[in-house]
Design a protein around this ligand. Structure first.
Ligand code: NAG
Length: 299
């Protein structure tokens, strides 16, 4: 009897669909972010995992190619609204205004982009049918690009482990949330254009910018914080949302960044951007040469 039971178990374990793949919920980010994530999703499906990509019905780039499952939900905005917000954002970068006007204009346009794109998340959480489907599907984990915090909120809501697939977050958040040492004397902050070798005054500037980091992301993520506090029914901070990520897969290369300590669950996968390589066109080669010369001149 015991032997027969044992054989039955071995037989069950040998059935590939029961012993192999996991069930993964993917919460992607629009645009170029999705271009790097898509091959990963396709590969995971190919390897026998059950992958479901969750996406708003209105999207620039996320399409059903038949190589993975998709679950979409209706949203109230149009593609034109996304286009307009993004055009304003790009235009703000090209205005070339003097300091501090440039900072204000860039900040406001970023806040506008964040709130326009974040509407999809509010509408996801007001869609009972989709939430019920997600809760009942028995996913093992969530893979998400954290830039809009929707995937992190959803993973917290469904109490699932989550993995980040990302380029970076504003305000040094991906280093703060993972508790990386980040000494102000050596790690230059975004917008300062300092290097890891700073003069005394550059270090002072770095320290001042790092103080702003505590504030300006609360502006970018105001809607996300309100929504996640509502759905998780507690006061949520950005760090709360981010710090329980199991692994962060970082889509950039260590050698292109300033040298800084990172935690063991932060893994550099910059090579993934070159998965679909093609030779550079002549114009690009010329441009690349100029950029390199520029860098040499800067030194
Ligand atoms: C998911 O469904 C279970 C059982 O139906 C329920 O107890 C739980 O509260 C639901 N969770 C969420 C986040 O909706």
């Amino acid at each position: 009897m015991t032997l027969r039971l044992c054989c039955a178990w071995i037989f069950i374990l040998l059935i590939p669909s029961l012993s192999d793949g996991g069930k993964l919920l993917v919460v992607p980010m629009e645009g170029s972010h999705w271009l790097s994530m898509k091959p990963v999703v396709e590969k995971l499906t190919e390897r026998g995992h059950e992958v479901v990509v969750l996406t708003p019905e209105v999207s620039w780039t996320v399409r059903n190619t038949g190589q993975y499952k998709m679950k979409s939900y209706p949203v109230s905005y149009t593609v034109e609204e996304l286009d307009n917000a993004f055009h304003d954002y790009v235009a703000a970068h090209l205005k070339g205004l003097p300091f501090p006007l440039n900072v204000l204009v860039l900040y406001n346009s970023a806040v506008h982009v964040f709130s326009t794109f974040f509407v999809h998340c509010k509408e996801l959480f007001s869609n009972k049918e989709t939430l019920q489907y997600l809760n009942q599907s028995g996913f093992d984990a969530v893979l998400t690009d954290p830039i809009f915090m929707c995937g992190a909120t959803l993973a917290n809501y469904l109490a699932l482990p989550f993995v980040f697939f990302m380029r970076g977050l504003p305000c040094n958040l991906h280093y703060t949330a993972t508790q990386c040492p980040s000494p102000l004397s050596y790690t230059p902050r975004t917008f300062t254009f300092n290097s890891d070798r700073m003069t005394f005054f550059q270090r002072v500037e770095n320290a001042l910018v790092s103080l702003l980091e505590l504030v300006y992301c609360n502006g970018y993520y105001e809607d996300a914080l309100t929504l996640s506090s509502e759905v998780l029914q507690r006061d949520v901070s950005l760090i709360d949302l981010l710090n329980s990520a199991s692994v962060s897969l970082l889509r950039y290369d260590f050698v292109f960044e300033y040298v800084r300590p990172v935690m063991p669950n932060m893994i550099f996968i910059g090579g993934i951007n070159c998965a679909q390589r093609k030779p550079l066109s002549k114009i690009m080669v010329k441009h690349k040469y100029r950029v390199e010369m520029g860098r040499i001149n800067l030194k």
